[in-house]
Design a binder for this molecule. Structure first.
Ligand SMILES: NC(=O)C1=CN([C@@H]2O[C@H](COP(=O)(O)OP(=O)(O)OC[C@H]3O[C@@H](n4cnc5c(N)ncnc54)[C@H](OP(=O)(O)O)[C@@H]3O)[C@@H](O)[C@H]2O)C=CC1
Ligand SMILES: CC(=O)N[C@@H](CCC(=O)OP(=O)(O)O)C(=O)O
Length: 344
């Protein structure tokens, strides 16, 4: 049994970590922080957790206390892990960061997209990008893992087999993506109000979103060369879910694309390649750590369309964080992550 802590336990990804870890046989959550709710019992704030965490209460973040644990998750806004990670690593605690603090390798690029200087550039060399389907071996020995963003997870997993095989033009990729409103976090925002977000849909960040450099960095690693990507996110009236429609143009005779995807993801516990002709639904992955993918080639043309769906709070954040923890501590990768989605 390992002891873990969560910094930022009142947000959507923090409470999702609690829900998932309640089913984990090897993990005990012994510390959870919130500055605004310090002293409040977790099960009083989140009654769905009654019977699981009845004695655990929120407390102020305390680096000394957190540094006594085996691992700490950061489920906090950008910049918070910069300030605390080094102190925890020095005490021997492994850090799994759900924010974007250590996702980009270039501190200047991070500063440009996140509007503040990078607070811990000395740690960038050792941070491992926590996409298990690409970096499984490095994750196993990592002290510091940067959990990928929600859109970047769905987009990279969708393009991965095509780019690895060198089948498509990496200079002409288009990712048309939709997110549920929990992607915007739990903090009050006008755009997340029921009357604003329901029965409507809108694009945002069309001329530049902070996930663009992260996706580009990941796809460039896969492709081993420059990538040009158009990425347009949309806010949709659902609570959870990411739906990515990914376009690319063939430059090689593709062979059987279905077989390519099935072979690439054979044995991957958290990626499901659907049968030919499928259209995966976000609700089929709700609450699960699964990325469900379908590949299409409309009218046998040179265009490939990949459909990739995840739950933004699970494979797009907290579930992927637990998948990383499992790898870092030598547990079966899917431990605590195998429950199917609730339907309907
Ligand atoms: N929502 C999503 O779908 C996804 C989110 N992420 C990332 O995960 C992180 C958390 O997201 P989410 O749960 O949505 O965020 P929320 O806004 O819902 O929650 C943020 C949490 O962080 C705490 N917090 C805020 N500021 C500080 C601070 N300075 N020091 C310590 N704790 C702080 C808050 O509690 P308090 O203020 O009381 O301390 C709260 O518990 C973000 O970086 C987000 O970008 C990643 C992938 C998907
Ligand atoms: C709907 C919505 O607002 N989504 C968020 C992305 C989700 C998120 O939290 O971003 P990280 O994965 O980088 O942490 C956004 O577009 O900023």
């Amino acid at each position: 049994m390992i002891k873990v802590g969560i910094v930022g336990g009142t947000g959507y990804t923090g409470v999702e970590l609690l829900r998932l870890l309640a089913m984990h046989p090897h993990v005990e959550v012994t510390a959870i922080t919130s500055r605004s709710e310090a002293g409040v019992r977790v099960s009083d704030m989140y009654p769905n957790l009654r019977g699981h965490y009845d004695t655990l209460a929120f407390s102020e973040p305390d680096a000394k206390q957190l540094g006594r644990l085996d691992a700490v998750f950061f489920a906090t806004p950008h910049g918070v892990a910069h300030a605390l990670a080094s102190e925890l690593l020095d005490q021997g605690t492994r850090v799994i960061d759900l924010s974007a603090d250590f996702r980009l390798r270039d501190a200047d690029e991070w500063a440009q997209w996140y509007g503040q200087p990078h607070g811990a550039p000395a740690l960038l060399g050792e941070a491992v990008y926590g996409l298990p389907e690409m970096h499984r071996e490095q994750i196993k020995t990592a002290r510091l893992v940067a959990v990928p963003g929600c859109y970047p997870t769905a987009v990279q997993l969708g393009y991965l087999p095509l780019l690895e095989a060198g089948l498509v033009d990496a200079g002409r990729l288009i990712a048309d993506c939709k997110s549920g409103v929990t992607g915007a976090g739990r903090g009050a925002k006008v755009g997340s109000l029921l009357a604003e977000a329901s029965e409507s849909m809108k694009a945002y960040g069309a001329s530049g979103h902070r996930h663009l450099p992260e996706i580009r960095q990941g796809l460039t690693d896969i492709q081993a060369g420059a990538v040009s990507l158009t990425f347009v996110p949309h806010l949709t009236p659902m609570i959870r879910g990411i739906h990515a429609t990914l376009y690319s143009t063939l430059i090689e005779a593709p062979g059987d694309l279905q077989t390519l995807f099935e072979r690439r993801y054979a044995g991957e516990p958290c990626v499901d390649v659907m049968p030919p002709g499928s259209h995966p639904e976000t609700r089929s992955v709700k609450g699960t750590n699964t990325c469900r993918i379908a590949v299409h080639r409309p009218e046998n043309s040179d265009t490939v369309v990949v459909l990739s769906v995840i739950d933004n709070l699970v494979k797009g954040a907290s579930g992927q964080a637990v998948q990383n923890l499992n790898l870092m501590f030598g547990y079966d990768e899917a431990t605590g992550l195998s429950a199917p989605a609730v339907m309907p």
